[in-house]
Design a protein around this ligand. Structure first.
Ligand SMILES: C[S@@+](CC[C@H](N)C(=O)[O-])C[C@H]1O[C@@H](n2cnc3c(N)ncnc32)[C@H](O)[C@@H]1O
Length: 387
């Protein structure tokens, strides 16, 4: 493909995902309002009178959609500017149904990562990960010299937490939805609880005990990353120059497939990505994967090989999450957990910690009448061999 064709493809991908945020209200209205109104109209007057609250609840839903619209349009406008998109939203490429669904999921992921309501589920894995890292690196000044890579970092909460613990941390994600969400929260939210969003409109529509559950808001972000970093920097000013941690220099996020950007195999990535590849080999002290092994399901051997590739000799791979988050596409190998452990060992690692059966939901809604509880694994392994 020529450079121009690549650029046109990228423009199309970026603006269609931006559209899926900017026009999310049209999707939500179609999904949640229009079908309700049509169905209600098919009822006899007598049956309509049996559910007298129905029309008012529909109006409440519309108000929630309007508030989501404010949030999503602000996000799309800010991120469009960050990504150098010059044309106005009305000229962006239209979003597909699937992209709107991904925006819907992103709203729920923002609830998990950046709201008080996510505060029960989120720490189950993150506490284990952070405790292990603090045990490994007790000297806080040393931490800023330790490079951590977080593939599949989603909307970025773990990256932020690791930075606030003093680690140089690079997140990576291949999804524009995730990158836009993390970019907005990490760079554009100066005040905590600045935005109300309604992430449960779709999921609570049919499996809640009370209709109010569907229209309950969450506020995001529960903490402002920029404000936290600025105040941490302020505290550092009181220290001697040689003892200061430069929190503002510790965080970065890369866009693209983990294997493509950090792997060893043949690849058609562009010049900037080639540079990242060559700079990353053997550079990281730690790779942390959190609910992201699914990303490996397409190519588990290359995924682990890539982790080995970026780690220094003696570097650690810390993982938390289930073997598989959903029954998504597999590479046909259908590995069991024991098979995976054996593979990890063959690909140059030695396990030092292995815990299984840690129960956690993912993006769970405690008010739903049903939920999926995953039995998660937590492991730490050390790179002992180059491949
Ligand atoms: C289930 S989410 C987990 C997000 C976050 N780690 C968390 O705990 O909430 C998996 C993430 O991996 C990302 N992902 C999937 N395949 C990927 C790939 N090949 N390279 C980088 N990221 C990938 C997805 O976009 C998604 O954000």
């Amino acid at each position: 493909m020529s450079d121009q064709e690549v650029e046109a493809d990228e423009y199309q991908a970026v603006t269609s995902v931006l559209s899926s945020f900017y026009n999310f209200h049209t999707f939500e209205t179609n999904q949640l309002i229009n079908s309700r109104i049509q169905r209600f109209a098919t009822l006899s007057i007598q049956d309509q009178q049996l559910i007298p609250w129905f029309e008012q609840h529909t109006q409440f839903l519309q108000q929630c959609i309007d508030i989501n619209r404010d949030f999503c349009q602000t996000l799309a406008e800010k991120i469009g500017q960050d990504w150098g998109i010059k044309v106005s939203p009305s000229d962006w490429v239209e979003a597909s149904h699937k992209q709107f669904q991904q925006t819907e999921q992103t709203m729920v992921k923002l609830m998990r990562d950046w709201s008080d309501q996510g505060g029960e589920e989120r720490p189950i894995g993150q506490r284990l990960i952070i405790a292990e890292l603090c045990k490994l690196y007790q000297n806080e000044l040393e931490r800023s010299k330790t490079k951590i890579l977080v593939p599949g970092c989603g909307s970025g909460r773990l990256v932020f937490e690791l930075v606030m613990h003093g680690f140089w941390t690079q997140g990576n994600d291949s999804s524009y939805h995730a990158l836009f969400a993390s970019g907005f929260i990490l760079n554009h939210c100066q005040f905590p609880h600045n935005y109300s969003i309604f992430p449960f409109l779709a999921s609570s529509a049919t499996s809640s005990s009370k209709r109010q559950n569907q229209i309950r808001p969450v506020t995001v972000p529960d903490v402002s990353p920029t404000a936290h970093i600025i105040s941490a920097m302020g505290r550092e000013q009181e220290k001697e120059a040689s003892l200061r941690i430069h929190y503002d220099e510790l965080m970065s996020i890369t866009a693209g497939s983990f294997i493509e950007l950090y792997g060893v195999g043949p690849s058609d990535v562009n010049f900037a990505s080639q540079k990242l590849r060559s700079q990353s080999q053997g550079e990281f002290g730690v790779v942390v994967t959190e609910f992201s092994l699914d990303a490996a399901s397409g190519n588990v051997i290359d995924y682990i090989r890539t982790i080995n590739n970026v780690l220094k000799q003696g570097g650690k791979w810390i993982n938390f999450g289930p073997l598989s988050l959903q029954n998504g596409p597999s590479d046909g190998l259908n590995l069991t957990r024991d098979d995976l452990f054996e593979l990890v060992t063959k690909l140059g690692f030695e396990f030092t910690v292995k815990e299984s059966g840690i129960e956690s939901t993912y993006c769970g809604d405690i008010k739903l009448l049903q939920s999926t509880v995953y039995k998660c694994d937590f492991w730490v392994c050390t790179k002992i061999d180059n491949l």
